[in-house]
Design a protein around this ligand. Sequence first.
Ligand SMILES: *Cc1c(COP(=O)(O)O)cnc(C)c1O
Length: 246
Amino acid sequence: MPPTASEIAANLADIRSRIHSAAARAGRHPDAIRLIAVSKRMPAEYVLMAIAAGQFRFGESTVQEAQTKQALIDDPRTEWHFIGHLQTNKLKAIPGNFAWLHTLDTLRLAERLSGAASDAGCVINVLLQVNVANDPAKHGLPAKRVFSFVDSLLAADLAGIRLRGLMTIGRQDAVPGDRRGEFAALHELATACAERFGSASFSELSMGMSADFEQAIAEGATMVRVGSALFGARNARHRISRPSSN
Ligand SMILES: *Cc1c(COP(=O)(O)O)cnc(C)c1O
């Protein structure tokens, strides 16, 4: 059953209240945590329902699907976050369409993205994706390579990108309830990076999804990426890259 507008509004209110409670329990201000509504594999009409309920930040993981939706939605209040693995041949479409990229993990990608942003006359906010759990099936930098990566990134002096912090996806097969160690490790790494390279480039921590965003907030998340808790399960019907016409 597809969700109705009022269900999406109710889910959103519930997620926001859980964010507030998790922030309060951690002694943090709720405004320090931004909700990224992950709309991947969901039709544009759901995004419009979320916008009507007051949600403006959205996460997408493929360029083509995002562009199709963005063209239909075309609302200047929206802010788009790219959270998927980026293929370099799709990268030119990122600046201008996305304010943030959460998945930087190679210097080559950084250079090409910066060039594309400069060509488009904008600057894109980036987060380094860290493979905290050292999961061989996952993209992202191993934690132990982050310092040297940032050294090379700073040496390359790329004007089109602005480094803002770290992101992790983490193990997917982990038993829910046991993610705090990974989140704490990412926070520790960000603190170490801030000491070494300056806090301006390491103030953001993108971590936590539907199953574990409260744990991520307890460990310092500033951005939580929530999809299924807001829009419902992503079933095969939503795998199509174009929203169904109706
Ligand atoms: C799909 C996805 C999410 C959202 O996952 P849910 O469990 O549906 O909340 C968050 N982050 C990334 C990188 C994703 O690919």
